[in-house]
Design a protein around this ligand. Structure first.
Ligand code: F6P
Length: 507
């Protein structure tokens, strides 16, 4: 892409903007804050506090066309094998169509029936066992929609192979009244299977080995593996190889969320996702929220060279959203080889980080305001809370708005250099009326398609994750050495060898 006229035009435009300050941009266009916004289905995107102009947006739109974004979107929606290194579609959008493929419909009905039974009172708690995409989506969404959880059911999430997590998650639970949903697309993930085995032993201790199996359900694209584990086929829910883990919240991977909030709220979330899917397909780039988010991301990453960005939801209910976006974005975009096998010639995925406001203000905002690095921020907020403490909500939102204002405009005139705020720090605000199943679904789809937009421009495949494989293989070999089932490997580097021998001596 960097060899194209569109890329060169953006580079020249960036040069021409030089050291422009957001103060000048706002002074030069009193209606900038109304112009550089876009709205879709209740979500407002205000990107006016980024170092760009209307011309930048036109140039970025031309870049999107040059990358054939429209065509690539259709290929994804048509279920073409856009995940080229694994030769399969990435067809998560099919999960939320009003008329989905029959197998999706059938699985949704089975989930709804199962969730109704789970919600009917037999179980005190549901524990989702999974990791990565089999954990972050449902965990994030269950926390986000806590106000819509209409039963006493305690829904918890177990992911880490660290036994401390098992202890923490099961604390206070009655094994006789706990249901485990083992979520693993492959059903081979070490962390998940280790936790599932420990859970089975924990339940069997209380109710006996035979009864224990009725405490387990599974969600997987490898049903034979789940059956081999001893899970009854009636309690095994399908996902398909065309649903990527980090794009799987709308599939049966969301079963624990459905248990928490019920099938209707789950369907509402899917409807919200679908609305944004259709918007992404049809809206012109300069009115297209996910495309704009992605294009502004490209502008900040490639033309200003900023290597990280922060996702800051001003919503405690979205506390896990930054972690969710970390996987969605970094596992998708952390690539230095393009889909065609050639090296990426521009910077690709930035580092994503964040936590909810206002907590972050008392932790890392110092660096956002006065540090030597510029970190673009994506603020997320809601006009109405899901609680009755309106004083709290006004304070929360006042802080969001104040942070965006302070980052952009600063306070440059303080005499004392320590108290000076340079400003000119970019941010974007995403604002919706209220956090509901529908708006959460929209938000998830917004970010999925933001990531897709960027990957299309970078020419990378956002749907594989080969970069996680080497560590898994090495850990399997090292586990054998730590547990004495394999002899020490003398060909290892001296650092790893001596760390292994110290661990083996002291374990
Ligand atoms: O971390 C790699 C990864 O493959 C993720 O992409 C995936 O979401 C996670 O592991 C869990 O995989 P599975 O659902 O197969 O257990």
């Amino acid at each position: 892409m960097q060899d194209t006229g569109e890329w060169h035009a953006l580079s020249a435009h960036r040069e021409a903007l030089g050291g422009v300050h957001l103060r000048e941009l706002f002074e030069g266009d009193p209606r900038r804050g109304e112009r550089l916004v876009a709205e879709a289905d209740g979500w407002l995107l205000d990107y006016s506090k980024n170092r760009l102009t209307a011309e930048t947006v036109e140039l970025l739109a031309a870049l999107a066309d040059r990358a054939e974004l429209r065509h690539r979107i259709e290929a994804m929606f048509d279920g073409e094998p856009v995940n080229t290194t694994e030769n399969r579609p990435a067809w998560h959008v099919a999960l939320r169509q009003p008329n989905p493929p029959p197998e999706v419909n059938a699985e949704f009905d089975r989930m709804a029936e199962f969730a109704a039974e789970v919600r009917s009172g037999r179980w005190q708690a549901v524990v989702n066992i999974g990791i990565g995409g089999s954990d972050l989506g449902p965990a994030m969404a269950t926390a986000a929609l806590a106000a819509f959880a209409d039963t006493e059911l305690d829904v918890r999430f177990l992911s880490n192979v660290d036994g401390a997590h098992f202890r923490q998650v099961t604390r206070g639970l009655d094994p006789a009244r706990t249901l485990f949903i083992v979520v693993s697309k492959t059903f081979t993930t070490t962390e998940t299977l280790t936790n599932a085995r420990t859970a089975r032993a924990w339940v069997a201790d209380a109710v006996g080995t035979e009864a224990a199996s009725s405490h387990f359900a599974a969600v997987t694209a490898s049903p034979d593996n789940a059956k081999d584990f001893g899970i009854d086929s009636g309690a095994v829910f399908a996902m398909w190889d065309w649903v990527g883990g980090r794009y799987s919240l709308g599939s049966a991977v969301g079963l624990s969320l459905m248990a928490a909030v019920g099938p209707d709220a789950f369907a509402e979330m899917l409807a919200g996702m679908h609305r944004i899917d259709e918007h992404f397909r049809s809206a012109p780039w300069d009115e297209n929220l996910p495309a704009l988010l992605g294009l502004v991301g490209i502008w900040n990453r490639n033309f200003w060279g900023w290597p990280t960005y922060a996702v800051l939801p001003y919503s405690q209910e979205l506390a896990l959203f930054p972690a969710y976006i970390q996987q969605l974005d970094m596992e998708s975009s952390g690539k230095s080889v393009r889909a065609d096998g050639t090296p990426a010639s521009t910077a690709t995925g930035p580092v994503v980080w964040g936590q909810p406001g206002t907590n972050g203000q008392h932790a890392f905002h110092q660096l956002l305001h006065q540090g030597t690095d510029v970190v673009p921020v994506e603020f997320i907020g809601f006009c109405r809370p899901n609680h009755g403490f309106s004083e709290h909500h006004d304070l929360l939102m006042a802080n969001l708005l104040a942070q965006a204002e302070a980052l952009a405009f600063g306070a440059p005139d303080a005499g004392d250099p320590h108290r000076r705020f340079p400003g000119n720090r970019p941010s974007t605000v995403l604002l919706a009326d209220q956090l509901t199943p529908r708006s959460l679904g929209q938000l998830v789809a917004l970010y999925e398609h933001k990531v897709f937009t960027q990957a299309t421009i970078w020419g990378i495949n956002p749907f594989d994750q080969w970069g996680v494989e080497l560590g898994k293989t090495l850990a399997t070999n090292i586990t054998a050495e730590l547990t004495g089932t394999a002899a020490p490997n003398p060909t290892r580097d001296s650092s790893t060898q001596s760390l292994i021998s110290r661990y083996v001596m002291k374990r």
